[in-house]
Ligand binder design. Structure first.
Ligand SMILES: Cc1ncc(COP(=O)(O)O)c(C=O)c1O
Length: 297
């Protein structure tokens, strides 16, 4: 189903599947809007603390342990925003088995899948099962964020339900954007997108080691997207701040660098972390590193 961005797909999936009071399990940290799509459908987003050992993704054991009377399913993003880390396909299979055994739903937001840098993580969840709901978009790999176009692959039985809702909420996804998006699939366009993907990887390969060098804690190397989830606690004292919220402000005020404090993405341990975005030119990233070097020396 073609939608107005992944955002509309997430909204439609949540409205179609969640009843008032239903609980959806998701990792902490995760994309902030996801919990809001759940609460807009009168559901309850239950954020479960994750660790670097699990690439900041849920494990099947956690899903089984947190599944309760009200639980309806899981909402994952792979690769994830803010961490840029993907879920291990074997673990996703185990999670989906747990979910199925409970009669629940598995929604996987795969918006960054096109910007994957490791073969092991570059396959859609649909390869595991076609009763997983996969959400994707033209906003990231295809670089068409402002055109507001995405898609969702759903089990056949959901199609008429989502169609009826989409008709009421959106009428349709922009026709002009759909015509424009057809050009994405020409070999010339794919060559451009692949060159951009290589550039994103090159930025990751430069920026992540540079952050480590500056003193940030990087617990796991991102395998996709364009983010760095960095522990700033080793550097807080240098700026005279107590947590990542104050750290982000200090960086903005003292070095004119805009980064995102961890607390936007959850509550567990997020006072330690900040998110950097590498969706910027290599020159700008190098300039950011120079400014931080000066600030921390
Ligand atoms: C994980 C994730 N899902 C969904 C979205 C929304 O994407 P779209 O522009 O397709 O609505 C974003 C945007 O940043 C995102 O990071």
């Amino acid at each position: 189903m073609i939608t107005a961005g992944a955002s509309a797909a997430l909204q439609l999936a949540c409205l179609a599947l969640i009843e008032a009071g239903d609980e959806i399990l998701m990792p902490d940290p995760s994309y902030p809007c996801n919990r809001h799509f759940v609460s807009a459908a009168e559901g309850v987003a239950k954020l479960i603390p994750t660790s670097a050992a699990e690439r900041y993704q849920l494990s099947a054991d956690q899903v089984a342990a947190h599944w309760g009377e009200q639980t309806r399913g899981v909402l994952l993003a792979s690769p994830s925003n803010p961490t840029g880390t993907s879920i291990d396909p074997a673990e996703l299979r185990r999670i989906h088995d747990v979910v199925k055994s409970k009669g629940g739903i598995t929604i996987v937001d795969e918006i960054y899948l096109g910007l994957s840098y490791e073969e092991a993580f570059s396959h859609s969840a649909l390869a595991i099962s076609d009763d997983i709901i996969s959400i994707n978009s033209f906003s990231k790999y295809f670089n068409m964020t402002g055109w507001r176009l995405g898609w969702m692959v759903v089990p056949e039985a959901m199609v008429p339900v989502v169609e009826r809702m989409a008709q009421n909420l959106f009428i349709c996804a922009s026709t002009i954007a759909q015509h424009a998006a057809l050009a994405c699939f020409s070999p010339e366009s794919i060559a451009i997108f692949e060159a951009r993907r290589a550039e994103f990887k090159a930025r990751r390969d430069y920026f992540l080691p540079a952050l480590k060098e500056l003193g940030f804690g990087i617990d796991v190397m991102p395998d996709g997207a364009f983010y760095a989830w960095a522990d700033c606690t080793p550097l807080c004292a240098k700026l005279g701040v107590k947590d990542s919220w104050e750290f982000a402000y200090a960086l903005m005020e003292k070095a004119h660098l805009a980064i995102t404090p961890g607390r936007d993405f959850g509550t567990a341990d997020t006072a330690r972390y900040v998110r950097f975005s590498t969706a910027n030119s290599m020159e700008q990233l190098q300039e950011a590193v120079r400014r931080m070097q000066k600030l921390f020396q």
